[in-house]
Design a protein. Structure first.
Length: 449
């Protein structure tokens, strides 16, 4: 880079005018290089040269109705800059502002030197169950809408695309009122489907993605539970036409895919990156992204939980950051806060009854003075989300959302970036809130911000 340019970027970074990230933090509020919250839900990735394009649903209005398919670009999967919208509503068509456009996926057609976008195209009651197609001559478009229809006359709701090594492409979709899952080949233009190659009858699968590894196809998909998370599954086959193996979990069943639903699976060396959505139906634009390593180290694809991690794209590897653990039960309890015991808790104990006067203060938490990711491990057995306040050295509180974990013995973690001073800090949870927070098991402080 030119010295002057790096000086300018360093100056802009110092002024906070350019937003730079170095790590992947599942569940964090991701912002783009302009500092705006990334709106790219139900998304998909397209790689062109060394640039990645991330297409997704813009849900900034919190409505499920169509506002835009956004397009972001990055060369490192971490710093994303927003481009022109790839697709926007057209009144009087099936992609108007009163319709549904979900799960956009783009592949490149070398025959026509054209980018082709497929998406779930529907009416607001999800009754039409169609696919839509749009095309463009550049990665972000804007795309020209072609049409929406039912592939081979049957339903298509949650869908994905898979482009094989030989350029043959396939639609992966929940069909027949979400009962059957189908894989159907596209024509040479990628404008329509031609022949169905596989049907998993009665599989009730959605949110599909396929990665090929050593000649074997791996299908990753969720089951159907609306916006609520479920244990996503994997299947394998030597051919897209099958036989597909019976389903198996990609993560421990009780964590419900770490409260997420698959949207795309990006190959990374001999592993892959699982890209999922943490849907928040009552506040859709605040749905978060759960990106995790999908590792074959056990022989089958398994998610690796990582609070903070990074990728080396040229080496095709990932590394998971390690941090310093502070057990909640080692803290100073205030109000009605109580020690809870269960074998699922780290150290066998957690702190409950936080909020409504109950607090716990962790003492001597070591900081680096530069803003750091801290992960809160907690349980929330409610049907709904809780939240917890965090205060560093008695300062202002930050509110951290805590999705329901599915049981008092199911622990998840949520990230928060804290400004710890260099050296020793106190960190207090549950002050100044009248609602109950989740039960706090431990926190892990990372040396990276
Ligand atoms: C993101 O951009 C910043 C500023 O250019 C850079 O320092 C940082 O290394 C980038 N992140 C990654 C993961 O490359
Ligand atoms: C797709 O192909 C079918 C069967 O040939 C045809 O009936 C349908 O009109 C085509 N749809 C589009 C959008 O081209
Ligand atoms: C698929 O499974 C069926 C039933 O088990 C079996 O008859 C068939 O030979 C298998 N096909 C392949 C390609 O393995
Ligand atoms: C503890 O809980 C009881 C019962 O809910 C409540 O009346 C009391 O005010 C709480 N104490 C504190 C210190 O918050
Ligand atoms: C915090 O959680 C409570 C439920 O425990 C909820 O009523 C409240 O709206 C949440 N606050 C925010 C700002 O989301
Ligand atoms: C940490 O400091 C940054 C920069 O001053 C500020 O923008 C951010 O709000 C602070 N975060 C918290 C949790 O106080
Ligand atoms: C406005 C418009 O184009 N509506 C169409 C949307 O799709 C349904 C189902 O295919 C058609 O019946 C409508 O005409």
């Amino acid at each position: 880079m030119f010295p002057l340019l790096s000086l300018i970027i360093a100056a802009l970074l110092a002024c906070g005018l350019v937003h730079a990230e170095t790590v992947i933090v599942p569940g964090a509020t991701l912002t783009d290089t302009s500092g705006n919250v990334i709106q790219a839900h139900g998304g998909g990735i397209l790689k062109v040269g060394s640039t990645y394009y991330w297409f997704g649903e813009d849900k900034a209005t919190n409505s499920a109705l169509f506002t835009a398919v956004s397009c972001y670009s990055s060369t490192d999967l971490v710093n994303w800059s927003r481009q022109e919208n790839a697709l926007t509503p057209i009144s009087g068509t099936n992609i108007s502002t009163s319709n549904i456009v979900e799960r956009p996926k783009v592949i490149y057609n070398s025959k026509n030197d054209e980018y082709v976008m497929w998406f779930h195209s529907d009416t607001s009651d999800y009754g039409a169950a169609m696919v839509g197609v749009a095309t463009a001559s550049t990665p972000c478009g804007p795309y020209t809408y072609k049409s929406s229809w039912k592939p081979l006359g049957a339903d298509s709701r949650d869908m994905g695309l898979y482009q094989d090594d030989d350029g043959t492409a396939y639609l992966l979709y929940a069909s027949d009122n979400n009962q059957d899952f189908k894989i159907t080949q596209l024509d040479a233009n990628y404008y329509n489907v031609t022949t169905q190659v596989a049907q998993l009858t009665g599989a009730t699968l959605e949110a599909p993605g396929i990665v090929k590894r050593n000649g074997v196809y791996y299908l990753i998909a969720s089951h159907t539970s609306g916006w609520a998370p479920n244990p996503n599954k994997w299947f394998q086959a030597d051919s897209l036409s099958g036989n597909w193996s019976s389903q198996a979990d990609i993560a421990p069943e009780n964590v419900r895919t770490y409260f997420s639903q698959n949207n795309y699976d990006l190959p990374l060396g001999s592993n892959a990156i699982y890209m999922g959505d943490r849907w928040r139906p009552e506040l859709l634009g605040s749905s978060r992204y759960i990106w995790l390593p999908l590792s074959w180290s056990s022989g089958s694809p398994q998610l690796v939980w990582a609070d903070v991690w990074s990728v080396d794209l040229s080496a095709g590897t990932y590394s998971v950051a390690s941090g310093t653990t502070y057990e909640a039960e080692s803290g100073t309890l205030g109000g009605n806060a109580t020690i809870l015991s269960d074998s699922s808790y780290s150290g066998g104990e957690a702190v409950g009854y936080l909020g409504d006067g109950g607090t716990v203060t962790l003492n001597d938490v070591q900081g680096n003075g530069q803003g750091q990711w801290v992960s809160l491990y907690y349980a929330n057995a409610d049907q709904t989300w809780r939240n917890v306040t965090v205060s560093v050295n008695g300062g202002a509180t930050t509110l951290v959302d805590q999705p329901n974990t599915g049981g008092t013995d199911v622990i998840l973690s949520v990230p928060v970036k804290l400004n710890l001073t260099s050296g020793s800090n106190t960190v207090t949870f549950g002050s100044s809130q009248s609602n109950y927070a989740g039960d706090l098991d431990k926190i892990i402080v990372y040396n990276v911000g």
